[in-house]
Ligand binder design. Structure first.
Ligand SMILES: CC(C)(COP(=O)(O)OP(=O)(O)OC[C@H]1O[C@@H](n2cnc3c(N)ncnc32)[C@H](O)[C@@H]1OP(=O)(O)O)[C@@H](O)C(=O)NCCC(=O)NCCS
Length: 180
């Protein structure tokens, strides 16, 4: 039996979603509430993860989310997600968010985050997902960076020790060399 993993491209699972900020989405100051945006981001990222894995995926973690610019009631919100790297059963999904002014069509980036999703089989256990093949220069760079971020997030969440994180060890070694 072949043990070769299915291979997919970044474009196979990219997702775009648009929303309008309605009065019910607000925080009382005429701006979009952060929790509502996180909900939309989770859905958009979830679509990419499902397209890549070909099955239901759950959110395992979210890296730092910066709310760089408030989004006003009545503005259009555009969410864009793609897979940066597939590991064994988990994958890093990058999501970028823009707000669009209705009258001018001008867009500004408001938010960026990295989500980790895990594919879950019918027995409720994590399951092997297809490999991601980065093609463009930008995709290859994001793929590489995702490997570094994975080390840091697994150490920060206490899932592994820093001595088992090769990228962190490499970083510490470079620091030691530059200081000696
Ligand atoms: C995510 C979950 C499936 C992981 O289960 P687990 O028993 O820890 O499984 P494993 O140890 O085999 O880990 C599975 C993968 O998840 C990754 N993972 C688990 N927790 C993680 C975290 N906090 N951050 C990043 N990756 C994580 C592991 O590194 C592993 O990745 P890999 O297979 O690609 O190497 C489980 O914790 C879960 O079901 N959590 C709840 C998910 C959920 O309900 N989300 C919605 C919240 S409202």
């Amino acid at each position: 039996m072949s043990t070769q993993r299915i291979q997919k491209r970044v474009s196979d699972s990219a997702a775009i979603m648009s929303e309008i900020v309605l009065p019910n989405d607000g925080n009382g100051l005429g701006n979009l509430m952060g929790g509502r945006l996180l909900h939309w981001m989770d859905i958009c990222a979830s679509i990419s993860s499902r397209r890549h894995a070909g099955m239901v995926c759950v959110t395992a973690g979210i890296d730092s989310v910066d709310f760089a610019s408030p989004i006003r009631e009545g503005e259009i919100v555009i969410l864009n997600s793609h897979i940066n790297r597939a590991f064994r059963t988990s994958m890093e999904v990058e999501i970028n968010v823009w707000a669009e002014e209705t009258k001018t069509g001008r867009r500004r980036q408001c938010n960026k985050a990295f989500f980790t999703f895990v594919a879950i089989a019918d027995d409720q256990k994590p399951v092997l997902i297809p490999e991601l093949i980065p093609e463009s220069k930008a995709e290859k760079l994001r793929f590489k960076d995702a490997g570094v971020r994975r080390d840091f997030r697994l150490v920060l969440s206490g899932r592994i020790s820093s001595v088992d994180a090769p990228h962190i060890q490499k970083y510490l070694e470079t620091r030691r060399q530059s200081e000696s």
